[in-house]
Design a protein around this ligand. Structure first.
Ligand code: MG
Ligand code: MG
Length: 272
């Protein structure tokens, strides 16, 4: 059952989402060669608590840390450890918070120093696919419309769409209805309604879409060992249209990246 939120509740959810956005923004300049994911995890936990929130992943389904840290061929759910990041790595950081009883859930794949043009392209396409999916999140569209749009764009670019892991509704629990796969068929699945809040999160592999689960019960890597990227936003449906509650602007500011992707996305909606 989809649990819709009032305008007031959506504003509270925006607060949770923004704390995650600021946490990722804080981490953006800390991600560099020689730093361990465990160190970044500690920084994030401190930052979240300093902002009056609770780390949302810590203890959730018994996850041991604040951040899911998934380098290179790890898709998602990587556990922070003492292995230093190296020049040319990528690191997908997924972060959750609880504030005012609501979850925020937000992810970004960072580069560690310089990465190859092939890897740059994987990150760019994955992030673009997120916005392409979000544009389909409007009243009377269906879950399959978002999945189809992301899958088509991703596969046309030559990449694999992970099937086993999906986006989800978000609220007082981390995973609510509906499941939001990054693949699907137009016009299929649950219909979107006013006041729903979801996390859309393409997980995109440079090679095969197939994955393998590791013995620690958490870590998931690509089957062929090629890199994987992950970007995630929290989005509410307000006045029939998608409103992104999280933002990459803190990351972009920290890294000196000039982009109008979030505004351009809104502009596009206005002209529809
Ligand atoms: Mg997440
Ligand atoms: Mg999520």
């Amino acid at each position: 059952m989809i649990i819709t939120k009032t305008r007031e509740e959506i504003e509270l959810m925006r607060e949770s989402a923004l704390i995650v956005s600021k946490t990722l923004g804080m981490l953006a300049t800390e991600v560099k060669p020689g730093v361990t994911t465990l160190h970044l995890d500690k920084l994030a936990e401190e930052f979240i608590r300093d902002h009056g929130a609770i780390p949302g992943f810590l203890g959730l389904y018994d996850f041991p840390n604040t951040l899911c840290m998934s380098p290179n061929s790890q898709v998602v759910h990587g556990i922070p450890n003492n292995t230093p990041l190296e020049e040319g790595d990528i690191i997908s950081i997924d972060c959750g918070t609880i504030k005012n009883g609501f979850y925020g859930d937000h992810a970004y794949t960072f580069t560690v120093g310089e990465v190859s043009p092939e890897v740059e392209r994987l990150l760019r396409i994955t992030k673009e696919s997120l916005y392409i999916g979000i544009a389909e999140l409007k009243v009377n569209n269906r879950v399959g419309d978002v999945g189809y749009a992301i899958q088509k764009f991703t596969e046309d670019a030559g990449y694999g769409v992970v099937r086993e892991l999906v986006g989800h509704g978000l609220g007082r629990t981390m995973h609510e209805d509906p499941e939001m796969p990054n693949y699907g068929r137009r016009g299929k699945g649950k219909k979107f309604i006013e006041g729903m809040v979801v996390a859309i999160e393409p997980m995109t592999n440079m090679g095969t879409h197939r994955i393998k689960q590791h013995r620690d019960g958490w870590t998931i890597t690509t089957k062929d060992g090629k890199p994987s990227a992950h970007f995630e936003h929290d989005i509410a449906i307000i006045d029939g249209k998608p409103e992104i509650l999280s933002t990459f602007k803190y990351i972009n500011k920290a890294l000196g990246i000039e982009t109008d992707e979030e505004d351009a996305f809104r502009q596009e909606l206005l002209t529809v």
